[in-house]
Ligand binder design. Structure first.
Ligand code: SF4
Length: 205
């Protein structure tokens, strides 16, 4: 692979690293990347970074989108090549975030492309030591069965002095920050209808 000119220059500069430079480099690398460390030595990496960025999204189609994680709603650009996502980054045209993303939003690409992402329902029965793969229908039926059973056993219609209560304290709902408005609307209607009062979201915790 051809060596990027700015990085070749960086090697020469690195020969003269002083103790002070070393600590500066370490701090920069700890805060960001090896590129950040080289930049800490005063090496102008902008041509190399710009070229690497250009290669990464060369021939890609850019689609404006919104970060799925929290209510700030930072703008993203999703780059695709032949229908496959190759990169997601901040959208400079977004009036909300002007091209910036927090670390979580900056990792959105890994939400989509990630070999460690769970794609199957895994169930481990009480006392079992091994996970069992369940199909989604079976898992949903089991969740519904347990919600109904728990509600039937714990629902309280009235307080001790006879006032209407209609709740259960035995069911808790924890939502994720990637849930959209429509999902949250339906989830609230369902849970409030069941009498669940403990409803929380990961983004607030
Ligand atoms: S998670 Fe971060 S990048 Fe995403 S919308 Fe919230 S602040 Fe913006």
């Amino acid at each position: 692979m051809a060596e990027l000119p700015a990085l070749a220059g960086a090697e020469e500069r690195a020969m003269d690293v002083t103790r002070r430079d070393f600590f500066r480099l370490s701090a920069s690398a700890a805060a960001g990347t090896a590129v950040g460390g080289l930049a800490g030595l005063g090496v102008d990496l902008s041509p190399a970074v710009a070229r690497a960025q250009a290669l990464r999204i060369k021939d890609a189609k850019a689609v404006p989108s919104v970060c799925p994680y929290c209510a700030v709603g930072c703008g993203t650009l999703v780059h695709t090549v032949e229908g496959t996502i190759v990169n997601i980054e901040g959208d400079p045209k977004s009036p909300v975030s002007e091209g910036t993303l927090c670390p979580k939003g900056a990792a959105t690409y890994q939400l989509h492309v990630n070999p460690n992402r769970a794609t199957r329902v895994l169930h481990r029965a009480p006392g079992a030591t091994e996970w069992e793969v369940w199909d989604l229908e079976r898992a949903l039926d089991r969740a519904a069965e347990l919600v109904k059973k728990t509600r039937d056993e714990t629902f309280v219609e009235r307080t001790a002095d006879g006032r209407p209560l209609n709740h259960t304290l035995a069911i808790f709902s924890l939502g994720g920050a990637t849930m959209d408005n429509e999902w949250n609307h339906v989830q609230q209607k369902l849970l409030r209808g069941l009498g669940v009062v403990a409803i929380e979201n990961q983004a607030r915790i």
